[in-house]
Design a protein around this ligand. Structure first.
Ligand SMILES: *Cc1c(COP(=O)(O)O)cnc(C)c1O
Length: 328
């Protein structure tokens, strides 16, 4: 594994080009040719989609001479962890606004973040709910003049641009021509970026929370903000027991809405046994919140014949390994 030693577009892109693709053989995924792109191995501290999503915000901060990056998240947030690590690596101060009262003992994630130099500010859940509002930082006593604010999860247009870079790198480096590219979706920023970067490849996003239409709405908004560079149509499908309507038609990217397994962070026993099987057969480490549900959805879809036989499917491993500590 290499380190992202410097913060510039070239170093980052080269690191992204070195990320390995692995062919996976397992009867959990019948009838398809499965590949995994190991973006969890981009860098030992700054891994997965969170690194891509931070890239353009960090470049902007440096260009504007901003020394402090502020963001927000929960106690096990991969994004908080990545932001703290990026700050330590590239010389920014970091400030994390954390949801909920300060607990008597910090989660492993927050301990790491603190050790990496992040200052933690705990706010009540009621305050946290207002994190999308312009006055939020001011109201919780943070002077944002000299700081760059990155939205929760690294979402937002700079985050989408980073994921678009990932999409472009996949096009450039893919070992075979993939019929579908799958990714876990929380805010949908990574999905949106992949749709923009991959163009003619159909992208499938697996929603990991009960999102209603919110992920789809965010994705559409971001794709519009990328100024009509993208013509892909997005269709949200509830796959429960049904054949995917319009599934992966010529230029149709899908968000799958029925594999959240009960909601964000929920870890029912069927998901747990799937992860055990996957671990025994494949051995690639997954997390219960994102990549676990992603592979579960793919397994169910392949087993129920919802994916054309012989399809070449690429799964983007978006990282999240540090968050596993909240479960195991
Ligand atoms: C944050 C995260 C996601 C979700 O990314 P979005 O861009 O918010 O959809 C997926 N996988 C992992 C491991 C994550 O940490």
């Amino acid at each position: 594994m290499d380190f992202l030693e410097r913060l510039d577009l070239k170093t980052f892109t080269e690191a992204a080009r070195r990320v390995p693709y692995e062919r996976v053989y397992s009867h959990l995924f019948p009838g398809i040719e499965l590949w995994v792109r190991r973006d969890d191995r981009l860098d030992p501290m700054l891994s997965g989609n969170k690194a891509y999503k931070l890239l353009f915000s960090l470049l902007e901060a440096r260009e504007r001479g901003i020394k402090t990056v502020v963001t927000c998240g929960g106690a096990w947030s991969n994004h908080i962890h990545a932001t703290a690590a990026a700050g330590a690596r590239f010389g920014f101060s970091t400030l994390g606004v954390i949801r909920g009262e300060r607990p008597s003992s910090l989660s492993a994630t927050l301990q790491d973040a603190q050790r990496l130099g992040m200052k933690l500010v705990f706010v009540t859940r009621a305050q946290y709910r207002r994190r999308g509002e312009a006055e939020f930082l001011c109201e919780i006593g943070i002077d944002e003049e000299s700081m760059l604010f990155v939205p929760e999860g690294g979402a937002g247009l700079p985050g989408v641009r980073g994921a678009r870079l990932l999409g472009r790198v996949i096009k450039e480096t893919s070992p075979v021509r993939f019929d579908q590219v799958w990714v876990a979706s929380g805010t949908g920023a990574t999905f949106a970026g992949l749709v923009a970067g991959l163009r003619e490849f159909p992208v499938v996003g697996v929603e990991v929370l009960k999102a209603g239409g919110s992920i789809e709405a965010g994705v559409s908004q971001w794709l519009r903000e990328l100024k009509g560079e993208v013509e892909q149509s997005i269709e949200r499908v509830d796959t429960q027991g049904a054949v995917y309507r319009g599934f992966l038609g010529d230029s149709c990217c899908n968000l799958l809405s029925s594999f959240h397994c009960g909601g964000y962070g929920k870890f029912p026993s069927y998901l747990s046994s799937f992860l055990d099987d996957f671990d025994a057969q494949v051995g690639i480490p997954l997390d219960p919140v994102y990549t676990g549900k992603l592979f579960y959805a793919l397994s169910k879809s392949a087993s129920s014949g919802n994916i054309a036989a012989g399809s070449k499917v690429l799964v983007v491993h978006s990282g999240g390994g540090q968050g596993r500590r909240g479960y195991f």
